[in-house]
Structures are given as C-alpha cells and as structure tokens.
Design a binder for this molecule. Sequence first.
Ligand SMILES: C[S@@+](CC[C@H](N)C(=O)[O-])C[C@H]1O[C@@H](n2cnc3c(N)ncnc32)[C@H](O)[C@@H]1O
Length: 234
Amino acid sequence: MKKKKVKPRIPEGEAILDDLDFTMEDYSKTARKMLKGEYNRFIKFVVNDLGVNDNSKVLEIGPGPGWIGIWMAKTNISLKIIGLEISEDMIRVANKNKESEGVQDRVSFVLGNGKDMKQFSDNSFDVVISNGNLHHWEDSIQVFNEIYRVLKKDGIFCVSDGRRDLDWRGKLIFHIFKYFGPKFMRIGWKTSIMAGYTPKEVKEMLDKSNLRDKWQLTPSFMDFSIHNKLNNKK
Ligand SMILES: C[S@@+](CC[C@H](N)C(=O)[O-])C[C@H]1O[C@@H](n2cnc3c(N)ncnc32)[C@H](O)[C@@H]1O
C-alpha cells in the first residue's frame, strides 16, 4: 500500500497572548463552548476511565482560559486543581473564569513553563493533564520528564493534542470549520495542526523520556491521547 506523505512540521510559539484582532476574553468565550464537546469528553475520560480518586491534587499544564480544570473542579467537588500557564494574558482570563464559576477556593493558576516545574516538588500530584498543548512545547521530552517527576508513584497522566496527519474525516471537519468557525480560531487551528505531531513522532519522543514503557497512546482520526496510570514508580 502506498504510504501517506505527511507535510513537515511548522513549529508554533509557546505562549498565546492578547492580539490586535482578538483578546484572551474572546478566545475564552469561544473555548467555553467546547465544554459541551471536546472538553467534556476529555474530562470524562480522565475522571471515569482513568479513574481519578476523590481529594486528588491535579496539575494542568497550559490550561489557557482554564475551562477544563474549572469544570473538573465544578463537577467533582473534592478535587484541587493547579494550572501552570506560560501566558500572563491567559492567567488573567482564567482567574476571571474560576471566579465566575465559583471554584476559586479549589482552582489556582500559576505562571510557569511545563519544561521546568521547579515550583513543584517530586511526587506531589495525583494527576497531570494537558490538552491542546503538546504542539506548543519547545522541549516536549523535557516536559514529559517533568510530568514523570511531579507525579506520585501511582499517579495518572493524560496529554492529548491534535495530529498533523489528519485523514479524510479530519480534513473534512477542518474545511467545514474554515467556513463556519470564528475567524481567529480558524487561523489558530490551522497553525496548530501544522505544528502538531503524528502518533509515530510522539511515540519516538516518549521513548526518549522518563515516561518510556509507561505510556499508552490512543489515536483518533483528528487527535491522540497519551495516558496511563504509573505503576509503583520508583
Ligand atoms: C491551544 S491552548 C489550549 C488551552 C487549553 N488547554 C484548552 O484545551 O483549551 C495552549 C495553552 O498552553 C499554553 N502553553 C504553551 N506552552 C506552554 C508551556 N511550555 N508551559 C505552560 N503553558 C504553555 C499557552 O499559552 C496556551 O494557553
């Protein structure tokens, strides 16, 4: 069978900042709608399928406007969420969002970079999650190493992101979104797909990290999720 040719990756910067055309408040408003779809699926997968215990301490890397963590806290009243975000503009809007949803006592956002989480000690989180981020990370292997370091010995992780090698179904959805999605999101989605990885590339990076032998990868036609529960990390 003829092998599908995938276009070379075009990296994107890390932080998403206020722009001339749109602010992080605009971004947040559109992103909130994903609580009905993509975000809801992500939360259910982590909480129900991977099995998050009550009273867990959850770290979210790159929470953006914060909706995933905020909703996890709102629907699971014993969880404590910390979002580590590289963009001060995103933190501003995430802080407004957690207050408007009334979860400010259990959700906090801190400035930082996933590749060097020096503010967190080893074995300090039950769960580490990240959605729509991997394609932004300048040093993904180092972020995987940091995820491993801060997770407790039976900790759970879930990192999901869009894939660059979309199949015909992914391309169809992308073209529909091109006409109907909000303008700034259309541009952002295109650059994020071009900066995305293929499942094969992600497996290669994971095997070079401290998460080697510990990950599972579940691909779908538009994205993939890397996840697992650590089994008695040494
Ligand atoms: C596309 S947004 C996704 C936001 C959110 N997770 C979601 O699913 O809607 C990516 C976010 O990750 C942040 N980010 C990118 N690189 C990061 C890094 N190395 N450490 C922490 N945050 C990062 C960006 O500033 C941005 O807010």
